[in-house]
Design a protein around this ligand. Structure first.
Ligand SMILES: [Zn+2]
Length: 121
């Protein structure tokens, strides 16, 4: 997603969180700070999880990166994109990234970096 599109989506989502919380606050005039936070935290996690996913793909999805297997040094082969869900402290992050597999030893990764579970879908 390009910057303007991603920004418009984020701003729209943030506005929806604001509106929802403002309405909730109007209906809960006696709410404590902890009660307000309990209502807000899941919405914040969803919002930040989506933003984190966008930022993680700001430089592409890694599909065409050249990757060398960290285990055996063989050049890895791209095997399309796969969806991946990561549970982060900021929220659940859903990303769709290029997946590479080593023809030599079978190790798979989502570049850059982390080793993927062998049957991630
Ligand atoms: Zn390998």
């Amino acid at each position: 997603m390009d910057k303007e599109k991603a920004k418009a989506k984020f701003m729209g989502d943030a506005e929806a969180v604001f509106e929802r919380m403002w309405s909730w606050g109007a209906e809960h005039s006696q709410a404590t700070l902890d009660e307000i936070a309990a209502e807000l935290v899941p919405l914040r996690q969803e919002l930040m999880g989506e933003l984190l996913g966008e930022l993680a793909q700001q430089h592409g999805d890694g599909r065409y990166e050249e990757v060398v297997c960290s285990a055996c040094g063989e050049k890895m082969k791209s095997s399309g994109r796969r969806r991946r869900k990561v549970l982060h402290a900021e929220g659940e992050v859903k990303i769709k990234r290029g997946y590479h597999r080593c023809p030599q030893c079978g190790q798979g990764i989502f570049p850059p970096g982390s080793k993927a579970p062998s049957d991630a879908a």
